[in-house]
Design a protein around this ligand. Sequence first.
Ligand code: FAD
Length: 516
Amino acid sequence: METASVSLMWFRKGLRIHDNPALEYASKGSKFLYPIFVIDPHYMEPDPRASSPGSIRAGLNRIRFLLESLVDLDLSLKKLGSRLLVLKGEPSEVLIQRLKEWDIKKLCFEFDAEPYYQALDIKVKNYASAAGIEVFSAVSHTLFNPSDIIQKNGGKPPLSYQSFLKLAGEPTWASSTLSIASSLLPPVGDVRINEFSEVPTIKELGYGDYEQEESTPFKGGESEALKRLRESINNKEWVANFEKPKGDPSAYIKPATTVLSPYLKFGCLSSRYFYQCIQDVYKNVKKHTSPPVSLVEQLLWRDFYYTVAFGTPYFDQMKGNRICKQIPWNDDEELLATWREARTGFPWIDAIMVQLRKWGWVHHLARHCVACFLTRGDLFVHWEKGRDIFQRLLIDSDWAVNNGNWLWLSCSSFFYQYNRIYSPTSFGKKYDPNGNYIRNFLPVLKDMPKEYIYEPWTAPLSIQTQAKCIIGRDYPKPVVCHGSASKECKRRLAEAYALNRQMNGQVSEEDLRNLR
Ligand code: FAD
């Protein structure tokens, strides 16, 4: 149906021109096209669940990344004869008001599987259907439509990556050419121009105070995403040999992976386009790495989590979540604060937490180490607490992927080998024996000899004095003894697992008594 003459393109994620079926459909046959983005105060308000008072849902790095992405999108739209209209307020209210005011006949947006957007969409769709407005909501944020996979699996999401792969198969669009809007877009209709600001600055949004703390080297926007993608893809050998667990988590001058996650998160880069580019490289090389470690497989992991998250009620919490082990995590705010504020006394863990706060991005294995340390490895703090902090600080913070990985790392779901714990002292050393990563992110330890950099509390006082870093004064003592803390964590996990089995009728009272 293409009779509509006035369309509205509602950008949420999908902040791009390439492979944007909703934008393409919105422009077809339209006399006027209103491209809008609504700045949602929800993300800028203090998070009631956050563990540090006044903590805002989205950190400065992510908001800055978003604003840069909007500026870039506006520029691209202007090149195509249009522009981005930026509004502020509760998105469904703002949108419904504009649908009425501009007499919109066609509303287009990208499908979003997150519960927050699903709830918004219901409100907007209800209004549109009562008002006779055509709605087009395209699935283009992921490689697959999560509903299709769940349907193929008899209504339930697949709970292992292998079963997900079997169900998914080859994406249907994979061999077709993805659209890239290159011809002019319909003009924007009449707007009272002073009602719309340009993209606001970070200061105008009230974020000025955090400026010193967080300053990511990664710039937002589709142009930057495509440039970054080309840099990775042009190195065919690197793409062909990509093997996830072998990457160096301590490499920060040139990270070991693509750092495309923030661009995928905001949809500055289409995951489908990324997928096609990798497949093109594979066609042109003699051999390449295979599942589950290859580069293309990383994108499939993303879709796996999207699918499970979409089909699992209460996916982002332990209680009521049928795929999550019930574990009596502690709520120790002081232990949590040492982790969040990079003062656990374990330099490898603290350096990662500093990089996370400063950059909003850390390598996958670094995320593994700190998530394991906080939960089942050492501190036994609830994974939801760590998830909240990641959610605020990551520029790639993604509801499905973040929750899915926290469930994995805390051995609450997907992965259950709780005896395998990352050592906070020896793991990083394998990659970076001299401790350059630590010296960079924790300059207080920059003169510590390499023999002690991962365990500075073991350095004799004379060495600490020489290194101008007295442990307990300039840098904290370890918050726990890793040996005994990890042992205790394993014991509590074993007990919790047995209780879970008992709840499912698989273990007797006597088994439980033996465990204690
Ligand atoms: P590459 O290795 O270059 O991979 C390419 C793309 O594949 C990534 O950009 C990402 O979209 C996807 N991908 C890679 N690894 C994974 C994975 N394990 N699960 C799902 N998708 C993956 N990733 C996020 O995008 N957002 C998050 O909020 C997030 N939270 C995480 C929390 C924890 C505790 C852990 C352990 C991992 C988390 N990850 C998250 C997954 C992963 O660490 C990042 O996607 C990856 O490090 C991003 O770097 P990259 O773009 O260089 O990845």
